[in-house]
Design a protein around this ligand. Structure first.
Ligand code: ADP
Ligand code: MG
Length: 394
């Protein structure tokens, strides 16, 4: 168990918090402030408990340059509105300099300041010790609350912890609790549902989950690489050629370890990769040469729903089909709905799966939706995330 802000005295201390304010921007306007609102509980807790709060984050990929297209100023404004309190925007192309140090020095308990985009400094992504020290010099305590970048060892996510007591914020605490418990302490039967475009990206996740789950369900674009490994014809379906052998290994591992591994038994095919196209529902071995599998079929939906209905825990990563196109969204929708109606612990990881659940309006019916795409995948791979590893143990 990692220490959290609750386990450390923050009164009259300066606390530097790594947030994930990597919000989508269009012409300098924030188009979705979910990540900012998600950070509020930790910020409010620190303010209410008498800490002076210094926030830092990255935004986009300025690649080590002070590219003002990626300034965090709009985030400071939005944050001020949400907190109903002025957030001091500590603007410096160097992120930390003499002037910023003075501003941090005079920051009072209950006040909040936001540093400029940490990726304005090329040292950030190199986990450079000098930049880590500069950041650490502003504060007495480091709080990591950016789960989305916890799989990266950067100066603001990992390096800084060498120079300050380090604890987690509420977001990371929640991620560790739900992802960690789902995988290490699952209520059984434990069902994992894997989908998405490429198997290659997810081989190690499947490999790790095979050691933990009772049932492994496959859907989405990765199904066709498994079909290929089994010798089926897959028409023009998406194929991850380089992963055919690995897919074959996974099928063998599953049967050796007694995990029930399920592939779609029927497929919704499309002639072209677009919404308005000729479609056909066929068995998994009957995909025509000139068509591609774009969703799981209705029979598969029923079989997968049965597994979900009797599950104790379901971890889901990766859509069942091309859910962005209405005509191929049904499989993903039906699985999402089954999850929303189930009594099981339901955990969603992966950016597109989370977006799908959100799009269907079912997000609040899930036990937990992970905010970290890559980070949640690495967690499911059983890897220790650098940004979590550096935090103090309880
Ligand atoms: P996540 O972000 O949840 O981890 P991925 O990024 O792995 O998921 O995969 C999501 C993408 O997979 C979606 O854009 C979806 O359109 C695509 N996809 C799903 N099924 C298919 C398919 N049969 N053919 C092509 N692409 C697919
Ligand atoms: Mg994705």
């Amino acid at each position: 168990m990692k220490k959290t802000v609750r386990d450390i005295e923050v009164k009259d201390r300066k606390v530097i918090v790594r947030c994930d304010f990597n919000v989508p921007l269009k012409d300098g306007i924030i188009t979705d402030d979910t990540r900012i609102t998600a950070a509020l509980p930790t910020i409010r807790y620190l303010m209410d408990n008498g800490a002076a709060v210094i926030l830092m984050s990255h935004l986009g990929r300025p690649d080590g340059n002070a590219d003002m297209k990626f300034t965090l100023e709009p985030v400071a404004k939005r944050l001020s509105e949400l907190l109903e309190k002025k957030v001091i925007f500590a603007s410096s192309p160097l992120v930390v300099d003499e002037n910023i140090r003075k501003q941090a020095d005079t920051l009072k308990p209950g006040q909040v300041m936001l540093l400029e985009n940490v990726r304005f400094r090329k040292e950030e992504t190199k986990n450079d010790s000098k930049f880590s020290k500069e950041l650490a010099s502003l504060a007495d305590i480091f709080v990591n609350d950016a789960f989305g970048t916890a799989h990266r060892a950067h100066a603001s996510t990992a390096g800084i912890a060498s120079y300050l007591p380090a604890v987690s914020g509420f977001l990371i605490e929640k991620e560790i609790e739900f992802l960690g418990n789902a995988v290490e302490n699952p209520v059984r039967p434990f069902v994992a549902i894997m989908g998405g475009a490429k198997v290659g990206d997810k081989i190690s996740v499947i490999d790790n989950l095979l050691k933990k789950v009772d049932t492994l369900i496959i859907g989405g674009g990765m199904s066709y690489t498994f079909y290929k490994a089994l010798g089926y014809e897959i028409g023009t379906s998406i194929l991850d050629e380089a992963s055919i052998d690995l897919a074959d290994d996974l099928l063998k591992k599953a049967s050796l370890s007694g995990v029930k591994m399920m592939l779609p038994v029927d497929v919704v095919c499309g002639k072209e990769f677009k919404n308005e196209t000729d479609t056909l529902i066929c068995g998994s071995r009957e995909i025509p040469a000139d068509m591609m599998g774009m969703d799981i079929g209705p029979e598969t939906v029923e079989l997968y729903k049965e597994q979900i209905e009797s599950a104790g825990t379901v971890v889901w990563n990766g859509p069942m089909g091309v859910f962005e196109m209405e005509n191929f969204a049904r499989g993903t929708y039906e699985i999402a709905r089954a999850l929303s109606e189930s009594d099981a612990v339901t955990v969603i990881g992966g950016g597109d799966s989370a977006a799908a659940v959100e799009q269907f309006g079912l997000a609040d019916k899930m036990t937990h939706i992970s905010t970290g795409g890559g980070a949640s995948l690495e967690f499911l791979e059983g890897k220790e995330l650098p940004g979590v590893a550096v935090l103090e143990d309880k």
